[in-house]
Design a binder for this molecule. Structure first.
Ligand code: PEP
Length: 247
């Protein structure tokens, strides 16, 4: 089956009013690729407005696990929906390691994101120690299984997975296309144990030092359905070349 390619940019805690507008206006989308950008919460309204009439979609980098109330500093799904946000990045390794987000919290956030009608981009990935210990697939599949157990396999076809080896994020050291393909296939095979139909449909993006110079090779792999990009998504020329290479 042919799955549509998705190219998503995670801008993390970067940008200014001026730079996000300039960046978003420079993105060259095409009909063959789904393009998503994830600015900081505070720039979501501005970016969504700048993208009026564009095919480029907007993601949040996280969301609260609570619907509303006394949760200082949190942002809810209904608030995101007010600003045409269509995707939410969940379980990014920086959230897991720096903000102690657990598999259970991530799974609950995926469930409520789907319930709200938005698309979760579920990040999974192993540390260097875990890779060296030979537990890469065990780690990634247990992160995926936590979500499968929370939402059930049928709903899982609406989830986008981003396989992001922690050792490749922001390091300039991408996984090779063979290493990435091996893990993507292992994740898909694990989902297929519950439903081969869902496993075939689920988009699995690769993330970790993707650049214009390595994206085409990654995208040529059978189980790599696009990319979640950090650093290179802040550079319009790089990001546009990556989008182009996903066609
Ligand atoms: C990320 O943070 O999701 C990421 C993949 O970052 P980078 O592309 O900079 O490695």
């Amino acid at each position: 089956m042919t799955r549509r390619k998705i190219v998503a940019g995670n801008w993390k805690m970067n940008g200014s009013v001026e730079s996000v507008v300039e960046l978003v206006e420079s993105i060259q989308a095409n009909d063959a690729v789904e393009v998503v950008v994830a600015p900081s919460y505070v720039y979501l309204p501005l970016v969504a407005q700048s993208l009026t009439g564009s095919k480029v979609m907007v993601a949040a980098q996280n969301v609260s696990e609570f619907a509303k109330g006394a949760f200082t500093g949190e942002v809810s799904l209904s608030m995101l929906k007010d600003f045409s946000v269509s995707h939410v990045i969940l379980g990014h390794s920086e959230r897991r390691s720096l903000f102690a987000e657990t598999d259970v919290q991530v799974a609950r956030k995926v469930a409520s994101t789907l319930e709200a009608g938005l698309t979760p981009i579920l990040c999974v990935g192993e540390t260097l120690e875990q890779r060296e210990a030979g537990t890469t697939l065990t780690v990634c599949n247990s992160q995926v299984d936590a979500v499968l157990e929370e939402i059930g396999v049928e709903l899982f076809e609406k989830v986008v997975i981003a396989y992001e080896p922690v050792w490749a994020i922001g390091t300039g050291k991408s996984a090779s296309s063979e290493q990435a393909q091996e893990v993507h296939k292992g994740i898909r095979d694990n989902i297929a144990k519950r439903s081969s139909k869902v496993a075939e449909k689920v988009a699995i993006l690769y993330g970790g030092s993707v650049k214009a110079s390595n994206s085409a090779e990654l995208f040529a792999q059978a189980d790599i359905d696009g990319a979640l990009i950090g650093g290179a998504s802040l550079d319009a020329t790089e990001f546009n070349s990556i989008i182009e290479s996903a066609k």
